[in-house]
Design a protein around this ligand. Structure first.
Ligand code: DX5
Ligand code: ZN
Length: 219
């Protein structure tokens, strides 16, 4: 299982003045996906980037862009993010109002659809969405900032998500996001995660360390 795990560096921890070069550097260092954290200062207490920046960055990367939308409302912007070059669009039911409709719209736009749960949200929230998702993301920190500590109580939730995915017989990715280090990565993988998002743990030390940092997360 460990060798199959995918690493999705979060560019939230990259040098924002050199984002194109940072994406090239993490791809050369072994990144499998590019995780893009979109924040609106409303659903989460931080503001990051929007579709125009993703569009400008897209030619700098060859790997899929895994776009995590922490915005409310989300529906009016799905098409703009799809057009900007996102490959997966992941939405929060907590951002409302109709997560089922948002997932349908993402599929209609021809993109992979992801659902993401905050630490305080029970796993049952995904029960009526399983047929619409290509990815389930379990937040292991409260969304908004990089550099926070992994919330241990989410491990049983990762296991519960794994059971639900296995019951479908479909190839749904199980991603974790927040506080991932070589130590917590092992525990998340043991709980059933197949994709690890990591900001701090990938970008610390600068470009010369990216390959070693990514390798350390694979265990
Ligand atoms: C938090 C973001 C994460 C964050 C992860 O809202 O969704 O992707 O950047 O950062 P680290 O790996 O530093 O916890
Ligand atoms: Zn994220």
């Amino acid at each position: 299982m460990a060798s199959a795990v995918k690493i999705a560096p979060s560019i939230l921890s990259a040098d924002f003045a050199r984002l194109g070069a940072e994406i090239q550097a993490i791809e050369a260092a072994g990144a499998d996906l590019i995780h893009v954290d979109v924040m609106d200062g409303h659903f989460v207490p931080n503001i990051t980037i929007g579709p125009a920046v993703i569009k400008a960055l897209r030619p700098h990367g060859k790997k899929p862009f895994d776009v995590h939308l922490m915005i409310s409302p989300v529906d009016p912007y799905l098409e703009a993010f799809a057009d900007a070059g996102a490959d997966t669009l992941t939405v929060h039911p907590e951002a409302g109002p109709h997560v089922h409709r948002s997932l349908q719209q993402i599929r209609k736009l021809g993109k992979k659809a992801g659902v993401v749960l905050n630490p305080g949200t029970p796993i049952d929230e995904i029960d009526n969405l399983m047929d619409l998702v290509d990815l389930i993301l379990i937040m292991t920190v409260n969304p908004g900032f990089g550099g926070q500590s992994f919330i241990e109580s989410q491990l049983p939730k990762i296991e519960a998500a794994r059971k639900r995915i296995d019951a479908t017989g479909r190839d749904i990715a199980l991603e974790v996001d927040g506080g991932i280090t070589p130590q917590t990565a092992k525990r998340a993988i043991a709980a059933g995660a197949t994709v690890l998002v990591a900001g701090t743990a990938v970008f610390q030390g600068g470009p010369s360390q990216y390959a070693a940092n990514i390798a350390a997360l694979r265990g």
